[in-house]
Structures are given as C-alpha cells and as structure tokens.
Design a protein around this ligand. Structure first.
Ligand code: GLA
Length: 719
C-alpha cells in the first residue's frame, strides 16, 4: 500500500505551484486564476515557488498551448492530449484544476493532479511517478467518465510536455527489416512532426516510440547541453507529436495512436493510458541514457537487468533443415565452446502441415515427430546433462493458412468482412482481441512448456503487421488496435504468473517490438535479424540511447553474413556481440580449430566482465555516424571496474599511428590497471600498465587500429 504523505487532496489557491521533483530535475505546474493548469518548466532542480509569479499570456494564436494536458475545446487550437466526443455529438472539453495529492512509496514520489470538466463531468488524473535517484519521471493518465452518458475518446495521450528553447533538435530512429534503428537528427522547424506506428503488431519495425530532444543546439551531444528524452511503454500503435508553435514553444504529445481507435467510455468507466517515461539531462544525451538505463534496470524491466546465459541459436546454422542428430551435435558443440544454453529456433513443430519452411505449421504447436522422433524433452534433457540450459522458438500470435488451426478456427484470424486476408511471410495474424484466442495463445505457450520440464527460455516471435484490421469478436471495431495490445499484455500477465522464471525473448522479425511496454514482460529483445557486426555497431548504438545493453541479445554469426554479405573478422564479431547478452548463431562444426580457440577465449573473458555490460553505466565515445572509430565503455557504479570496447568501422590511414579515445566515467583520481583481452599482443602501448583515470580521459589512450574492423576490448580495474 502506498504510504500517503498527504492523503488529503491539496487544493490550489494557497499553493498554486505543483513541483514534481527528482534529485536533479524539476517539472513545474502552476494553477492560474481561471483554474487552468499550465506546465511552466522542466529542467535542473530549483525551488519552484517563484513560478507562481510567472504570467501566462494566452496569446492570440497559441492560447492554452502549455497546458498540463491540453484538451480540444475552449480557445485551444493545437495538438491535443485529449479529444472527446460526447453523446450529443459535441467535441468541447475544458479541464480545470480540482485538487492534487502527493504520496511516497519506497523512495518514489507520486504526484496526481486531478482535472475536471464540470459541465461534462469528465475527470482526468495526471499521475507522475518521480524516481529521484534516476532523474526519471513516469507519467500516465486516467480518464474517467463521471457523467451519465457514454462518450468516445478520439485522442487520449499518456502525457504532454511543453518546452522553451531557442531551437530543438529531434533525434529519433527509423528503419525496416534488417536495418532497424537508423538514427536521424533533424532540427524542428515550425509545424508538427510526428513519429508513429500504424502497424498494429511490429510497432517498432519502422520507427520507435522514443526520442531525444536536444535544446538550443544543432547537434546531438554526448556530454554537454540540455536534453529531454522520452519513451512510451506501449507495444501497439503510437503517435508522438512535436508541435513547434508560432511562439517558439515545443509542445510534445505522446500516447496511443488515435488512428481508427476512438475508444468508448461508458458512464462510470475509466481508461488508464500506457506510461510515458521522461528524463532531463543538462549534460548531454549520455546522462539521459544512463538515467533511463538505471531506471529500467531497477524498475522498468521484467528481469531487472539480471545476467542471461550465453547461447547457441540454431537459426542461421540450420534454418529448417535439421533432425535430432543435427541438434545433438550442436548441443555438444555449444557445450565444448563453454556456452550456457542451446536454443532451438523455428522448424520443430507442425501436425498435418509440418513446418519445413515458412509457409506451413504456425498454430499447430505439436512436435514434428518425423524430424524429431525422440521429442523435445529428449533434446532439452540432453542439453541439461551437458550443463546447458535449453530454449525453444514460438510465434504464438500467428497462423499459417496451411495449418490445422486455420482450418478449424478461421474466425480467429484478423480479417475484415468481404476483404482479402492479405499474407505476409505466408501467414496471418491471430485476433488477440478475442478472449478465446488469448486462451489459445496462453495454452499454446503452456503446452510447449509442458513438452519438457527442462525448457528454460522461449524466443517469442511476431513476424508480420496487421493489414485490413477487423475482428469477428468485437462489436466495436474502433477497439481493435488498443484491444490487441491489451490482449497481448493479458496473455503475458498469465504467462508470467505461471512461469515467472522462464527467460522470454521478445523477437519480432528482428527488432520490431523493442519498447518499454514489452519489456515489462520479456527479459530481452532481439534487436535485428541483421547479424552483420558492422550493422550491429550502429543498431546497438541507437538502441542504447534509450534501452540498456542488458536487454539486447547479440549474436556472432558466420561470414559472408547471411543478410548483407559482409565479411568481418571473427574477433570483430565477438567484440561487437559482447555488448549485451552474447550468443552464437552459426553452425559450429564449420569453425576451424583456430576459430574455436578464439571463441573459447572470448567466451571466457566475457564471463569475467559481463556483469559490467549488464549492470554498469554506459559511456559512449563518439558516435558511429560519420566517424571512422567508435567506442563504448561500461563503468561499475562505484567506478572500480570498467570494460571498454573500441572499433575501427571505416578505414583511416592515420589509424596506424593510434587513434586517441578520451575515456569517460572513470574516477579521475584513481589508478586503473588496463588489460587488453583476447589477444597476445595489445594494440595499445600502455597495456598492462596502471594509469590514472585523469590520464585515460585525456586522450592518451590511443590504440593502433590501422585496418578496417580492428577492434579491442580492455578491462580496467582500480587499484
Ligand atoms: C524471424 C526471427 C529470426 C528467426 C526466424 C524464424 O525472422 O527474427 O530470428 O527466428 O523468424 O523463422
């Protein structure tokens, strides 16, 4: 139970300023005479009282633009956080302050501001959970229909933020399959810029519900300047709108996408939005990322950043072409490489329509006895005997037309009456808005878990978006997109209640479901099907702006790379994949003795420092965009240990003379022993020596990285 510091609602008048505070930041609201609540400030922590004196001049064109939660109606004509349509067809809502409460629970301070429309009897509660140590504020909104008539929510954002700066640089990611997370930074001109997904499932395939705003600067700076970063915890359609108004404010509205999603609220009903996670940094995006990562590890991730086993995944090594012998051999090889888990990917199931390719079997989650006559338990137990954990692939939200399930339950497929059910990857989407389908998906997961008591990990895939949406189970199709995501979360709640300790990876044709909503249930994400290490440097960099390394599954695969044909050295592939949960995804029997020796060496060293990657603070050394060199280091919270990764990602003839990296995050006054890992001869002259943090941060660390795909890993240990 929350311990209420101020159980009594506070009313403005005596106290017109409401400050949501973390250790270093303040988010300030003020209640004005007309009882409108404005948001006046988000920045370095300061006493908020003086904001009571700030005049609000509701200008001709932008009246109400900096309201705490602007609603369509009154004089407000901007991008709304809330847009309601009432039973009589009218659209005007005017929210005024009612009261607010402040409560504390284990260090988290919750401020709830209650707004009401007295005419329409609508109540809106803005809830801010402040995490002081992490400088993170998590906001959600509760909308309650206190009237006697139903209404429709046409727009219902999780949160709104109004910023004031000379200029705004928006950094966000875009992409597609096998090239997710391409970072783009663009100055925001006047008007509205929108980041969104309308894909139903696969919400992060083409963009991510997150951003970094750099204030008053033209570049995304790592260690200087004001930055506001945000992420929406929602795995469905989303819309993040940035309205640069004619007076120079930037009004940010983030939430569920209103596209085709007018949500009905019956009299007395309430809707709770997903959470919006905000952080402010006065020292560049580096601090903003670390704030989010720390918050995520402590509060935002299912597994709270626990270290996960090093695995061999069967996909790129075997695809659909395997039998028991193939897999036993791979398990043997994984054990001999000192890995910790074997994951059987796609292709192990199917009844009448066996899954020997992507065109059949999804939905029929029984073992293909032709391929695997001894069954799954035989393999899983074998792995356990060899000292490995065992994992298995599923795609429970999907069905192939060539399956017994599609024949038995055509009404469970997402479809629109009279329309073609479009295919992608030869499959259809199951209608998770339907409680029976939710039961089926839960039972499918449960059934797979019952195949063996030795299943430790499930890779949950989702390989296509929704087209021509429609549900046989819904009488109101406007509910489809929101109810789908709610349905997914309901299933995951049930799965987590029964299987709290099973590791579950969130995969979606690579990185098409990478968001803090999914991460409440899943232990890790697969950031991309593109396993080319060069591409992964870029993908992991951009993912890491918002999400911590501990959730990223990274695999070493073969060359030429199966997605883009690139050829990189095995060591480079390892040095990239070790920044997260390491895995291998190749056929080990084709590795030479020399390669195997390097694998064992890299695996052994990783085991020694991975706690830093999973739990340390990330410091980026530059950016892989436009640079020839890039580095990242992870520093323990007490700054006694760090692991440093450096790469040459484009040839630079000067590299032969040593490229200076200025390390960060160390204790300047302490001395660190610096040891390069996985090599006999180091690329840095100072290797093996003991150097002060100040010296290492001076640029004196200049490893020789003369050839493309040179890479190195260094361990730093304080004396
Ligand atoms: C998706 C995943 C891959 C693999 C295949 C199997 O593409 O992203 O990692 O599991 O499905 O079909």
């Amino acid at each position: 139970m929350a311990l209420l510091a101020s159980a009594m609602p506070l009313h403005a008048g005596s106290d017109p300023v409401i400050a949501v505070e973390t250790s270093s930041t303040s988010l300030v609201f003020a209640v004005r005479e007309n009882k409108t609540v404005y948001q006046l400030y988000y920045g370095p922590r300061m006493a908020a009282d003086e904001f009571a004196a700030v005049p609000i001049r509701d200008m001709r064109y932008t009246a109400g633009f900096s309201q705490a939660y602007p609603a369509t109606g009154g004089r407000f004509l901007g991008e709304p956080a809330l847009h309601l349509r009432y039973a009589d067809g009218t659209h005007n809502t005017e929210l005024v302050y009612d009261s607010h409460t402040v409560s504390r629970w284990q260090g988290t301070v919750t401020t709830a501001i209650l707004l009401k429309d007295p005419l329409r009897k609508v109540a809106v509660r803005l809830v801010f959970d402040a995490y002081p140590a992490e400088d993170v504020i998590v906001e959600h909104t509760e909308i309650l229909n206190e009237g006697s008539q139903p209404l429709r929510m046409l727009e219902y954002a999780s949160g709104a933020l109004s910023l004031r700066a000379d200029s705004y640089l928006l950094s966000h990611v875009h992409g597609s399959w096998a090239q997710e997370m391409k970072l783009e930074s663009e100055p925001l001109g006047k008007g509205v810029k929108v980041l969104e997904s309308r894909r139903g499932t696969q919400n992060t395939q083409c963009a991510n519900p997150s951003f970094v705003l750099s204030l008053g600067t033209e570049e995304l700076r790592e260690d200087a300047g004001e930055v506001v970063a945000g992420a929406l915890a929602w795995s469905g359609n989303y819309r993040l709108a940035f309205e640069h108004d004619v007076e120079g404010r930037l009004n940010v509205i983030c939430g569920i996408h209103p596209f085709a999603s007018a949500w009905p609220l019956e009299a007395g009903e309430q809707f709770r939005t997903p959470e919006m996670i905000w952080t402010y940094s006065g020292t560049g995006v580096g601090t903003a990322s670390r704030n989010l990562h720390r918050w995520a590890r402590r509060y935002g991730l299912y597994g709270q950043g626990a270290v996960h086993p090093i695995l061999l995944n069967s996909w790129e090594g075997a695809y659909f072409d395997f039998n028991t012998q193939t897999l036993l051999r791979m398990i043997d090889d994984a054990a001999s490489m000192d890995l910790e888990m074997f994951v059987l990917d796609d292709g192990w199931f199917g009844g009448k329509y066996p899954r020997n390719g992507a065109d059949a079997g999804l939905g029929d989650w029984q073992v293909n006895r032709k391929k695997l006559p001894e069954g799954i338990d035989y393999l899983a137990s074998y792995a356990h005997k060899k000292g490995l954990k065992f994992g298995i692939w599923m795609e429970p939200e999907m069905v192939n037309p060539r399956s017994e399930l599609a024949q038995k339950h055509p009404e469970w497929v997402v479809r629109s009456p009279g329309r073609e059910i479009y295919m992608e990857r030869d499959q259809w989407v199951l209608d998770l808005t339907n409680p029976r389908v939710q039961d089926f998906v839960f039972d499918a997961f449960d059934g797979v878990m019952k195949l063996s008591a030795s299943i430790d990990y499930v890779k949950w895939d989702c390989n296509r978006p929704v087209f021509s949406f429609g549900s046989d189970a819904l009488d109101d199709q406007d509910k489809f997109y929101v109810a789908y995501c709610q349905g997914l979360y309901k299933v995951m709640e049930r799965i987590r209640a029964k299987y709290p300790d099973v590791l579950i990876q969130c995969c979606s044709a690579g990185g098409a479901r990478v968001d803090y909503g999914a991460m409440r249930y899943f232990d890790e994400v697969w950031t991309s099907d593109n396993t080319d290490a060069l591409e992964r440097v870029r993908i992991q960099y951009a993912t890491g702006l918002i999400y911590p390394a501990c959730v990223m599954g990274n695999h070493v695969s073969t060359v030429p790379n199966h997605q883009d044909g690139n050829v990189t050295p095995l060591k480079f592939r390892f040095d990239v994949a070790c920044q997260g949960r390491l895995g291998l995804e190749l056929q080990p029997k084709y590795l030479t003795e020399e390669e195997l020796a390097l694998v064992r060496r890299c695996v052994a060293s990783y085991k020694g420092y991975r706690d830093l990657v999973f739990g340390g603070d990330l410091y980026r050394l530059g950016s892989p965009y436009g640079s020839d060199y890039y580095g990242q280091l992870y520093v323990s919270e007490d700054k006694s240990r760090a692991v440093l990764f450096v790469y040459c990602i484009r040839f630079n003839a000067m590299g032969a003379e040593g490229h200076p990296f200025r390390l960060q995050g160390l204790d300047a006054g302490r001395r660190y022993k610096v040891t390069e890992l996985n090599v006999d001869r180091s690329c840095w002259w100072g290797d093996g020596g003991v150097w002060s943090g100040a010296f290492l941060e001076s640029g004196a660390f200049n490893p020789v990285m003369g050839s493309l795909y040179s890479s190195a890993v260094f361990l730093l240990e304080a004396e």
